[in-house]
Design a protein around this ligand. Structure first.
Ligand SMILES: [Zn+2]
Length: 91
């Protein structure tokens, strides 16, 4: 079961905690973004690590003549790396 715990640090040095339980079909993901739209777009393109199931991952595309040919996957959590030939439905 996954919980989202908000930790609110007030200027008075008091710390408040607030927990939200995820539903069966829900996953909480934290991303850095400039807007809600950008945040949603980032999460849409994110891939889960097949090794440790972390979402703290990064995917990069390798281009040749402006055509993506290779997808590079890296997990920042466990260090797992993978790469595979680019498929159209990767986008
Ligand atoms: Zn991993």
């Amino acid at each position: 079961m996954q919980y989202l715990v908000r930790k609110i640090h007030h200027t008075t040095d008091e710390v408040f905690l607030d927990a939200t339980k995820a539903k069966e079909n829900e996953t909480f993901v934290v991303v850095d973004a400039e807007s809600k739209e950008e945040a949603k777009e980032k999460v849409k393109n994110m891939m889960q690590c097949t090794n440790c199931e972390s979402w703290n991952t990064d995917t990069e595309y390798v281009y040749v003549d402006n055509e993506p040919i290779l997808t590079l996957f890296q997990c920042y959590n466990c260090g797992f790396k993978d790469d595979w030939m680019f498929k159209e439905d990767d986008q």
